[in-house]
Design a protein around this ligand. Structure first.
Ligand code: PLP
Length: 353
């Protein structure tokens, strides 16, 4: 069987929209897409009188090289959020199929499923926020088409061992697509599981330039998967997903200079993460700092609501994650610059004194 047998049959069968830019490329006088023949006013919009390349080759090549996959195993979209949405729409029939997630985890998986009217099967993480592979597998019904796992997990920060991911991919083969969200992988000790895509046609990996690459505002996320899955999603993606200025920003971010900057900042975040984890753990009123491999720390407080307000009063905004299961006393604090982190500690020391 092909992994595409898991996808919605009507999506496999449909005739995709064929945009002007897809039907013809090259040429010097472009009169096929009803664009303006005149450049817009201002530097920021240069080139924007023309529709952009749907999947710009230079960006695909740079990302495929970065993530270690073949260019036909990569789809680039408006953040990994778009890839999550496309996966749910391509694989889950409304009112029939479902996804599986392990709360507490990133909220977009369930939101995309609910928009599609797909079911959401929840298999909670353990009390120490590890993934229970056997429990996940036991919960997989024939309706489940997508299993999302997040490593390191947001909002807890723990990674999933590679062995567990491979075990899941193997056990789900022919039954469901395993989607591994590696939004924070750059901050972790572990490597990507993208190298397993050649072995498991039901494995997909999400990567993003939003976190470690300092490009959240450009909205550039990638899906790495079997080339048939990528081709299927390209058929249902809007015709021109990537704004030209965003593609330019991504290419600069991925240049030698951009890479050097990203790697330096990843190094700083990792060092600050360990410094902050130790310093926070010694503060009165802090119950626990969860071990994190991401660019944030989930911290349990005696009075998380009070701490949140206190930080806010000082102009420091952190994420209140108390609504998540098992995190009823926790805040999620992103690692900032050394100066920003020092300020957080100063305010908390004052608040706890
Ligand atoms: C931030 C985040 C994303 C979203 O990334 P975009 O590429 O900006 O859409 C995806 N997954 C997780 C777990 C995240 O925390």
């Amino acid at each position: 069987m092909s992994v595409l047998d898991l996808a919605r049959p009507e999506i496999r069968a449909m005739q995709p929209y064929s945009s002007a830019r897809m039907e013809a490329s090259g040429g010097r006088i472009l009169l096929n897409a009803n664009e303006s023949a005149w450049a817009p006013v201002g530097d920021a919009g240069q080139g924007c009188n023309r529709y952009p390349d749907p999947q710009p080759a230079a960006l695909i090549d740079a990302l495929a090289e970065l993530y270690g996959v073949h260019h036909d195993q990569l789809l680039v979209g408006r953040g990994s959020d778009e890839a999550i949405d496309l996966l749910v729409r391509a694989f889950c029939r409304a009112g029939q199929d479902a996804i599986a997630i392990q709360p507490p985890t990133f909220g977009m998986y369930a939101v995309c499923a609910r928009i599609q009217n797909a079911g959401v099967i929840e298999v909670p993480l353990s009390s120490s926020f590890t993934l229970d592979v056997d429990a996940v597998l036991a919960a997989i019904t024939p309706a489940v088409k997508l299993v999302f796992v997040c490593t390191p997990n947001n909002p807890t920060g723990q990674p999933i061992p590679h062995g567990d991911i491979e075990h899941l991919a193997q056990a789900l083969r022919g039954r469901a697509l395993l989607v591994v969200d590696e939004a924070y992988l750059e901050f972790a000790d572990a490597d990507s599981v993208a190298g397993l895509i050649d072995r498991y046609d039901n494995l997909a990996v999400l990567r993003t330039l939003s976190k470690a690459w300092a490009l959240a505002g450009a909205r550039i996320g990638s899906l790495l998967a079997n080339s048939e899955v990528i081709a299927l999603l390209r058929r249902i993606m809007p015709p021109y997903p990537l704004p030209l200025p965003c593609v330019a920003a991504a290419l600069e971010g991925l240049s030698a200079q951009g890479r050097a900057s990203a790697f330096e900042h990843i190094r700083v975040v990792r060092a600050e993460r360990s410094r902050m984890a130790s310093a926070l753990a010694t503060l009165p009123g802090v119950r626990e700092v969860l071990p994190s491999q991401a660019n944030f720390l989930a911290v349990r407080f005696d009075d998380a609501g009070g701490v949140y307000q206190r930080l806010l009063a000082e102009g420091i905004v952190v994420r209140d994650v108390r609504r998540y299961p098992n995190l009823g006393d926790a805040l999620r604090i992103t690692i900032g610059t050394p100066e920003e982190n020092a300020r957080v500690l100063t305010v908390l020391q004052g608040a706890m004194a």
